[in-house]
Design a protein around this ligand. Sequence first.
Ligand SMILES: Nc1ncnc2c1ncn2[C@@H]1O[C@H](COP(=O)(O)OP(=O)(O)OP(=O)(O)O)[C@@H](O)[C@H]1O
Length: 273
Amino acid sequence: MTIAPPDNDVLWARALVKTHCGTPALRGVSLGVREGEVLAVAGPRGSGKSTLLDCLSGLTPADQGEVWFNSAPVHTLGRAARERLRRERFGYVGPEPQLVPELTARENVALPLLLSGAPRRAATLAAAEWLERLDVADCARLRPADLRQEQRQRIAVARALAHRPTVVFADEPTAPLHRAARDQVLRILVTASRSHRITLVLATNDPALARYADRVATMADGRLSAPVLTRPAMNVRAARPEADDTPGDGASAAHSVDEAPEESVEQCSPTSV
Ligand SMILES: Nc1ncnc2c1ncn2[C@@H]1O[C@H](COP(=O)(O)OP(=O)(O)OP(=O)(O)O)[C@@H](O)[C@H]1O
């Protein structure tokens, strides 16, 4: 019997099983992610968070189970269609900033927009505004090798949001940052997602960061608990700007909040995870 995903779930997964070279990473994970919500997937190292995000985003097909995006199946798509989906509808921030070394910061941020067909001028303008929002406007003309790790990660966050994806997958996005910058970048990521109705799926092994989410689901040994609501008082939604501060819409993007890797051939060496 086929079970249709609920209409208000932008992402929906059922009974996902994934094994990496004999190591079970997902042991039957089911999950619904609501449109526009911030969902944290918490859990210790090795519990399966990254594997879940990879399967949800179509980067890696699960061995068993289903993934649906906007009520359309992802698990039946071929590689090219999955790559297109990821490029056009999803954004990704990983624990290490993965920027194109030959491009400047602004060109890196503009890239997803250009790949989605935006005119060069509009893409460049939007990229500059997102860099300003992430407090790295002065890095616009620099290449990744000339930037600090923290600046590179801010640029990676700008790149994930600039093309207004439907869903951003953020896998330990603040891992390379110091504590103060960690909170600031996460607040920008969360608040920008909220103000643009972007759904955010955030994997973290830092329980303190899960407080930014609307709901938190916890992974342990490849299994996922049912998501629970966070306390409203701890929720960033309270700080959501009233006005639409969309870059390019004329509103000032800077400081308006207060503060995907290519499909990889699976590496089975323990050092690769
Ligand atoms: N490429 C791989 N080859 C072999 N085993 C892997 C691979 N990727 C993940 N695993 C294993 O799958 C399990 C889940 O790993 P996963 O990276 O999804 O967990 P995680 O919660 O994201 O951990 P971390 O926070 O360290 O990234 C772990 O046992 C891990 O060792």
